[in-house]
Ligand binder design. Structure first.
Ligand SMILES: [Zn+2]
Length: 65
């Protein structure tokens, strides 16, 4: 079963929802934070971490504070 990322348009809560069917409309996804059915499915971009050759390692601890 796919897990989708949702963002609530009411409170801005980001959460994951396990969706039983591919055809579950966003309007049936309840926000766990405020209880509103205002969630929007977020299309998660495919992760390209670790497959880039043009960019040198930028995930090292180099002054992130
Ligand atoms: Zn909400």
């Amino acid at each position: 079963m796919p897990v989708y990322d949702y963002e609530c348009e009411n409170c801005g809560k980001l959460f994951e929802e396990l969706v039983i069917s591919y055809s579950v409309p966003d309007s049936e996804i309840k926000c766990p934070e405020c209880g509103e059915y205002k969630a929007k499915k977020k299309i998660s971009a495919p992760s390209i971490a670790g497959s880039s050759s043009s960019h040198s390692s930028s995930c090292g601890a180099s002054g992130f504070t």
